[in-house]
Write a new protein. Structure first.
Length: 302
C-alpha cells in the first residue's frame, strides 16, 4: 500500500536560498521543517553556519537547529535515529514534512537509511584525532590509501572528518570501510521527494563571497575566537571556522583567512552540486522560482 506521508527534501549548494524556499513551502503545506544541515546542529556556531534568523525560526517550527553542543560527538547515525523519531511523531498530525539542508549524507540517512558499521571504541577515535593533529591531513590521506585504496578514490580527500570516519571503521574492524557500503537498508514508511535549487555558478560564487563578507561584519571573528578551546573538536573542522584558527595563531593575516573561507566555501558548494547530481528523480528549479510554482508542481506530482 502506497504511503500517504511525504517528506519533501529541499537541497542545493550553500548560499543558493534553501532557507527562504523551505519556509515558504512549509507555510504552503502548513507543516514543520526538519533541518539536515550538520553545521547548524550546534548551539555555539551561529554566524558561520548561516543559521536561520530569529524571525525565520519563528515563522515555521524548525527541528535540529542549534540543538547540540560542539562538545558532543554527534554522528550521522545519531541524526538518523533522532530524525526518524521526530519524523514519525510529526507524521501523526501532518501528511507532509519539509526537510532542508546541504548535508547530503545526513539527508540520505533519513530518506534511504544508512550502511551499518561496527561500534567504534573511544580509544580508536582518540588515537586518530591525535594522529591528525600530529601528521595533518596528508597523514590521514596516506593512512586511508593504505587501509582502503578503493574508498580513497571516492572520498573527498580534503575533508578530515570523512577521512577520520573511514579510518575509524577500518581500524576498529580490521576491514576496509568500503566493504561495509551497499548493504541492505531498512525501508521507510514514507515517500521522499527531492527539490534541488540551482543558479549559474558565477552568481552562486558572488553570493558566497558576499555572504562571507556579511558574516565577518556580523562578528564571525569573535564567534570563532570564543571557540578556540574547542578547535580540535570535529564540529569545528568546518569551513568558516578552521580557516580562522591559523590567524589566531599568528600564521596568517585576517585578509588571508577571509580569502580562504571564500575559496573553501566555493569548493564546498561545488562538491554539493556534484553530490546532488545523483538524485535522478529530483525536481530541479532555478533558485528564483516562485514557491507557488513549486507547490503546484508538487501537488500535480501526487
Amino acid at each position: 500500500m502506497m504511503s500517504t506521508k511525504t517528506l519533501i527534501y529541499i537541497a542545493g549548494p550553500t548560499g543558493v536560498g534553501k532557507t527562504k524556499t523551505s519556509i515558504a513551502l512549509a507555510k504552503a503545506f502548513d507543516t514543520e521543517i526538519i533541518s539536515c544541515d550538520s553545521r547548524q546542529f550546534y548551539q555555539e556556531m551561529q554566524i558561520g553556519t548561516a543559521v536561520p534568523s530569529k524571525e525565520e525560526l519563528a515563522a515555521v517550527k524548525h527541528h535540529f537547529i542549534q540543538s547540540k553542543s560542539v562538545n558532543e560527538n554527534y554522528t550521522v547515525a545519531d541524526f538518523e535515529t533522532e530524525a526518524l523519531q521526530t519524523v514519525e511523531r510529526l507524521f501523526k498530525e501532518k501528511d507532509t514534512l519539509i526537510m532542508v539542508g546541504g548535508s547530503g549524507m545526513y539527508a540520505d540517512a533519513v530518506m534511504f537509511g544508512m550502511d551499518k558499521f561496527p561500534e567504534i571504541p573511544k580509544e580508536v577515535r582518540n588515537q586518530l584525532n591525535v594522529f591528525y593533529q600530529t601528521h595533518g591531513i596528508e597523514g590521514l590521506q596516506q593512512l586511508l590509501r593504505e587501509k582502503d585504496p578503493k574508498y580513497y578514490t571516492r572520498v573527498d580527500i580534503n575533508n578530515p572528518v570523512r577521512l577520520i570516519r573511514a579510518l575509524e571503521v577500518s581500524v576498529a574492524s580490521d576491514k576496509p570501510y568500503s566493504s561495509f557500503l551497499g548493504q541492505d537498508r531498512e525501508p521507510r514508511s514514507f515517500v521522499s521527494k527531492m527539490i534541488i535549487l540551482h543558479c549559474p555558478r558565477t552568481i552562486l560564487y558572488e553570493k558566497i563571497n558576499t555572504r562571507v563578507d556579511q558574516m565577518i561584519q556580523s562578528g564571525l571573528e569573535e564567534e570563532v575566537r570564543s571557540l578556540i578551546p574547542y578547535k580540535t573538536n570535529t564540529a569545528l573542522r568546518t569551513v568558516g571556522y578552521k580557516e580562522l584558527f591559523p590567524y589566531f595563531d599568528g600564521d596568517c593575516t585576517l585578509d588571508k583567512a577571509i580569502l580562504e573561507i571564500k575559496k573553501n566555501t566555493r569548493r564546498y558548494a561545488k562538491r554539493q552540486i556534484t553530490w546532488f547530481k545523483k538524485y535522478d528523480n529530483a525536481l530541479c528549479f532555478p533558485a528564483n522560482t516562485s514557491v507557488d510554482e513549486i507547490y503546484k508542481l508538487l501537488q500535480d506530482d501526487e
